[in-house]
Design a protein around this ligand. Sequence first.
Ligand code: HEC
Ligand code: HEC
Length: 211
Amino acid sequence: MKTIVKISLSVVAGSVLFLTGCNNTPQKATEVKPAKMVSEESLGLRKVDLYSENVVTPDETKYSTEYAGSGKVIERAFQDAPPMIPHDTEGMLPIQIDNNQCVGCHMPEVAVGMNATPIPKSHFTNFRPHHKFDGNKFEKSIDNMKNEIAIKEESTLVNARFNCSQCHAPQSVGQLVENTFSPDFTSKDGASKSSWSGSKLTEGLDTILGE
Ligand code: HEC
Ligand code: HEC
């Protein structure tokens, strides 16, 4: 019992000392530097605080209204990135199974006449696993012990490329945020041309070709 009383007494004495000490000389340990303040206005893309919903006006997306052929082709974002659509796509989107106007101008056999860049070889190459289909049931047709993917050049546009706007977006004027990314193009004309063709498509891949 005695010891407990002694301990609590010394605690009280200690805190009295501490308090008086505090009054006279500020203790080092209590000095906390104020945290760096981050303003609400700097948190997001909008430049107003989080409570001013009524004054928030998003930047307008201004798609190109240039006719096909008169628009300005912009640099690719990086080597072999899908190029942006430089022309108006009014009335062309969404692409439908029985209405894909893009192929009407960009298929290789018509593109030259239309002054349009032909759909590249990669879009005529199937990268998907092969299957057998008996009209009822799908079955894998390749050896499981080998690579799952067989790359095959097709004479028709591969279905995976049919929905052009899934990868190719129309250009829009203006810049919502500053872009500090600058690409290193691995091929000389990589900013304007795709290099992903021929043997480049399969280089270094352990795949069953043309099956
Ligand atoms: C009336 C013909 C026509 C139609 C329809 C058309 N295009 Fe184009 N497209 C052009 C022409 C002409 C150019 C400019 C020359 C060029 O860069 O290919 C062009 C440019 C492009 C480019 C830029 C190519 C590059 O090398 O930078 C892309 C991507 C493109 N079109 C995709 C599309 C998609 C996707 C559609 C369908 C939504 C479409 N186009 C519909 C004629 C057409
Ligand atoms: C799954 C994504 C995807 C789809 C779908 C797709 N593309 Fe592409 N496209 C790309 C990529 C990635 C490139 C650049 C690399 C390459 O050439 O394969 C490209 C390149 C192109 C180029 C430039 C070729 C060159 O020689 O520089 C044209 C033109 C083009 N695509 C048109 C089309 C059209 C038209 C469609 C629809 C019929 C389409 N693409 C569908 C991803 C796609």
